[in-house]
Write a protein that binds this ligand. Structure first.
Ligand SMILES: C[S@@+](CC[C@H](N)C(=O)[O-])C[C@H]1O[C@@H](n2cnc3c(N)ncnc32)[C@H](O)[C@@H]1O
Length: 282
């Protein structure tokens, strides 16, 4: 489905686009985090969230910001992954990196759930999102997590070299579908560089997927939306290019409001891809 030139495209900051919700009912889990992590008064939460989202929309108008998806706390809601991740990270000797962390809600949720903040880190293309994350959570003076601003695609990026081999778990949260197949392979190659060389390390995440696994004619041509099969194929390619071996778990589900009739701009075969890629223990 190709939009006509007069149809607003992703990238438009216009508040009339279909993926911009004027307001939101803050879900209970996000409300609990905002009220109890750094004690934002209950009566302020609603306006605070909308104000911060509107500022973030000006940095870059991602549909997930338009729809307040950062309030869904997607990592914490991964029942297949989160309890085990928490117990690993609470131990204090394991480190987690969130690539494309945006406002950093998953990092704050981990801290709220008892993980030492100095063991968490984020990589983000837009400095403005990192700044707004501090503003949203009011934790500039307390959060010890480190953030690097730059692109995960750049193999010569100094941060990739400095942080190489340091992480136990890397998250790619709602970022893969922004990239072409070749770029996605590079993202995984770089994520593997950032992981520790030994032990039970993993790359976890979610992305916009598609029942057919297709290169999408979206705002950026040929960005790829996976199904479980195409995702497995991508990781096989990465295994060959990196000389490493990975256990892949991937599935599509009905997240991202695919069935509530709100994604009227989107391909009806859109689904959410969930994945976990763990190093094979020989
Ligand atoms: C759709 S948002 C998802 C944000 C967050 N992970 C979540 O799940 O709510 C994608 C994020 O990736 C960041 N991003 C896009 N391209 C990037 C790149 N090449 N390197 C690092 N971050 C990137 C964007 O700035 C944005 O914050």
């Amino acid at each position: 489905m190709t939009a006509s030139s007069s149809t607003p495209q992703v990238g438009s900051r216009d508040h009339t686009v279909k993926w911009f919700d004027e307001t939101v009912t803050v879900p209970p889990q996000a409300r609990e985090l905002l009220e109890n992590y750094r004690h934002i008064p209950a009566a302020e939460v609603q306006d605070h969230v909308v104000t911060l989202r509107n500022k973030a929309w000006e940095v870059w108008p991602y549909p997930c910001l338009g729809q307040f998806r950062f309030l869904e706390l997607n990592l914490a809601n991964r029942a297949d992954i989160y309890p085990q991740l928490l117990s690993r990270l609470r131990g204090g000797d394991q480190r987690f990196l969130d690539v494309g962390c945006c406002l950093g809600q998953d990092i704050r949720k981990l801290v709220y759930d008892g993980v030492p903040s100095e063991n968490l880190a984020g990589i983000e293309l837009e400095a403005g999102f990192v700044e707004l994350g501090y503003e949203l959570f009011r934790d500039r003076d307390t959060l010890k997590s480190r953030f690097a601003v730059g692109t995960i695609l750049d193999e010569d990026w100094v941060v990739l070299k400095e942080w190489e081999g340091q992480y136990d778990v890397v998250q790619l949260g709602m970022i893969l579908h922004l990239f072409t197949w070749e770029e996605q392979a590079r993202v995984f190659e770089h994520a593997i560089r950032l992981l520790k060389r030994e032990g039970d390390v993993a790359i976890i995440g979610q992305a916009t997927g598609n029942l057919d696994g297709i290169a999408s004619p979206s705002w950026r041509k040929n960005t790829f939306r996976h199904n479980a099969e195409t995702f497995g194929k991508l990781i096989s390619e990465v295994e060959r290019s990196t000389g490493t071996r990975w256990e892949v778990t991937a599935s599509l589900d009905d997240g991202l409001s695919v069935h509530d009739g709100k994604r009227t701009w989107d391909d009806p075969k859109t689904r959410r891809l969930l994945f976990e890629v763990r190093r094979k223990q020989e």
